[in-house]
Design a protein around this ligand. Structure first.
Ligand SMILES: Cc1cc2nc3c(=O)[nH]c(=O)nc-3n(C[C@H](O)[C@H](O)[C@H](O)COP(=O)(O)O)c2cc1C
Length: 178
């Protein structure tokens, strides 16, 4: 609960590199995430070059603040974990394949592990996803049968945002029936 409570989306970072052991531990937390039928559809691309960060931020609705983070983790869901023949399948925001929902669901769990483990290690993150597949995939050479679920900024935070509002439990919890 401690990290769940203290985590914030941080949009300003210090110019301070991330220790390799910390990055490895964050990635390990994602590796251990649960997934439907244990399919583990996730892949992670670590991006540190200024050139690539600039391109990704531009494709991600020109969110230039992202480039203050020393590192991005691009989180990709792989349809091959569920569909054997996807070489010629193009997955995007409009794809009807039910498997797409499953791989996005599972990769989202792994991403939340990343956010919480980063918080545990004193690092800050922001999940960003204000992009279209067609704009992000070519930058990193990601095949069209893979789906980018988020670009996570990671670094030491340089702002301490207040807790953002949440709906009350009484609005979302029901007992015994809808
Ligand atoms: C799937 C997803 C996509 C998001 N995309 C963006 C984004 O593109 N840019 C951004 O600044 N924040 C983005 N956010 C962060 C949300 O705005 C943030 O989680 C929400 O306002 C609650 O604030 P908190 O994370 O500090 O609790 C995203 C969050 C999620 C879960």
């Amino acid at each position: 609960m401690k990290e769940i409570d203290s985590r914030r989306s941080v949009r300003k970072y210090q110019v301070k590199p991330i220790e390799k052991e910390k990055l490895d531990q964050i990635l390990e937390s994602a590796r251990l995430a649960p997934s439907g039928s244990n399919t583990q559809p996730w892949h992670f691309i670590i991006v540190e070059s200024e050139e690539m960060k600039e391109k990704l931020a531009a494709a991600d609705h020109n969110q230039h603040w992202m480039t203050t983070a020393p590192l991005f983790i691009v989180c990709v869901a792989d349809s091959r974990s569920r569909l054997p023949e996807t070489e010629h399948v193009v997955l995007d925001e409009h794809s009807p394949e039910p498997e797409l929902k499953q791989i996005i669901r599972d990769t989202a769990i792994a991403i939340e592990h990343i956010l919480l483990e980063a918080e545990h290690l004193g690092l800050a993150t922001c999940w960003t996803a204000w992009f279209e597949q067609k704009d992000v995939r070519p930058i990193l050479g990601i095949p069209e049968d893979k789906y980018v679920c988020g670009i996570i900024t990671l670094g030491y935070g340089d702002e301490t945002p207040n807790q953002r509002p949440r709906r009350a439990l009484s609005e979302m919890v029901r007992y015994e029936k809808w």
